[in-house]
Design a protein around this ligand. Structure first.
Ligand code: ATP
Ligand code: MG
Length: 394
């Protein structure tokens, strides 16, 4: 009897930070694609968890986020990567490049023209319910909507945006209503980017220090950047807009260690491109070759953008030449090294692995390579992964 009373009064605390397995898997997969922007990854995962639990506020989108921060830091990429994880395709979202809607008349491309207007029937507006629901499945009725570079939007686009954020509805030119309550709305802006670039350039002098000192300076730099970005946004955007946003994430400046990891992701992406092309081959980069790519692409003012250019110029371009001139053939393994400033490309025999690969290329059965849409013959998944693994996240 006594123990029964004890049981009845015993407090049972729950763990409100524990996420579901599905949300955890989402956040892990997103985290594997995004380097150094944990707050943004967490923000996306939180919204996904709200969606899964069906706890989104009524008559509002599931969640709204504003991504601020320096150029090339991953603002757009986080949203693309989320679409990739959820729908298997980085473009499986409704993306509005606000720069394309700087004039009020261009809004017709988004919502269509009123009946009777010239071109009413020809215009296929972007923001229809059908387009929004395009990615829905029976299990998952969710759409990601990205308004990229919102500082470039016209006043009329602002009006649309306010309605979407506030009531999750939009009225099309022909008066049809579009419901945004099943959407995650992300807006990006690099407002304050110039000041941030100056801060990063100034900060680089300090950040060349070592260890703890360097970490402290980088933290200070990030805090300073955060203030700069949010102040710039408050100056430009109206309070009614800022108050409708659930979460503002300021992306941090990417440092050398981040760019190193991004290089691995980029090399992997190049390998995936190769696997999707006609002449499928594998390549492996030596540490020296990676250092050379980093050397050329390391400019923290431009985030990963500079690095991507260096990969295209020093690696993709010569590989394309080698394929086009038949020096690389189907099934080859190419070893990329460095000599002086130049990357060198050596054909290495991969023995039975590659001849096996060639043998079964026509097989119907196929399996997706991890994190991609590329499908390869089932029997060879293990073999193919071997060289790709050499270029994966370390
Ligand atoms: N944090 C990151 N993790 C992984 N890849 C990244 C990251 N940041 C940038 N990249 C790579 O660099 C490319 C450019 O980044 P992204 O387009 O996201 O920049 P952004 O922050 O949107 O810049 P902008 O303000 O100029 O639009 C991405 O497509 C991706 O390949
Ligand atoms: Mg962007």
């Amino acid at each position: 009897m006594k123990s029964g009373t004890k049981q009845a009064t015993e407090k049972r605390f729950l763990n409100p930070t524990r996420q579901s397995a599905q949300a955890t898997a989402f956040s892990e997969k997103l985290g594997a694609r995004i380097v150094g922007q944990d707050t943004a990854v967490q923000g996306m995962s939180d919204l996904y968890q709200i969606f899964l639990a069906g706890m989104n506020p009524q008559h509002r989108p599931i969640g709204t986020m504003l991504f601020l921060g320096p150029t090339g830091a991953g603002k757009t990429r986080v949203v693309e990567a989320a679409a990739e994880v959820l729908f298997g395709n980085a473009y499986a979202m409704v993306k509005i490049d606000c720069a394309e809607f700087q004039h009020s008349h261009e809004i017709a491309k988004l919502i269509g023209s009123p009946p009777g207007y010239l071109g009413h029937r020809e215009t296929q507006p972007l923001l229809t319910q059908e387009n929004l629901n395009r990615m829905h499945t029976d299990e998952q009725k969710l759409t990601i909507v990205l308004f990229d570079e919102i500082e470039k939007a016209s006043d009329s686009l602002w009006q649309l945006l306010l309605g979407i954020l506030d009531k999750a509805t939009l009225t099309l030119g022909d008066n049809r209503r579009v419901d945004f309550s099943k959407t995650i709305v992300v807006m990006t802006s690099n407002l304050g980017a110039r000041e941030m670039t100056e801060l990063i350039s100034g900060g680089i002098g300090f950040t060349s220090g070592q260890g703890n000192n360097k970490r402290v300076v980088v933290e200070q730099l990030d805090q300073h950047m955060e203030r700069t970005a949010v102040e710039a946004a408050r100056r430009k955007f109206s309070p009614e807009f800022m108050n409708r946003i659930d979460k503002i994430v300021v992306f941090r400046s990417l440092q050398e260690n981040h760019l190193r990891q991004i290089l691995d992701l980029e090399l992997r992406a190049v390998q995936e491109r190769v696997m999707a092309a006609g002449t499928k081959f594998m390549f492996e980069c030596s540490n020296g070759a990676k250092e050379r790519l980093l050397d050329e692409g390391l400019d923290t003012r431009y985030g990963a953008r500079h690095l991507k250019r260096s990969v295209e110029r020093l690696l993709v371009s010569p590989l394309s030449n080698l394929v086009a001139s038949d020096q690389i053939e189907f099934g080859d393994l190419i070893y990329v090294d460095v000599e002086g400033e130049q990357l060198t490309f050596e054909k290495r025999s991969a023995g039975p692995v590659l001849s096996d690969f060639e043998e079964v290329v026509d097989q119907k059965e196929s399996e997706a390579l991890p994190y991609t849409n590329v499908r390869i013959p089932v029997r060879h998944v293990r073999m193919i992964q071997l060289p790709i693994g050499l270029c994966t996240i370390s």
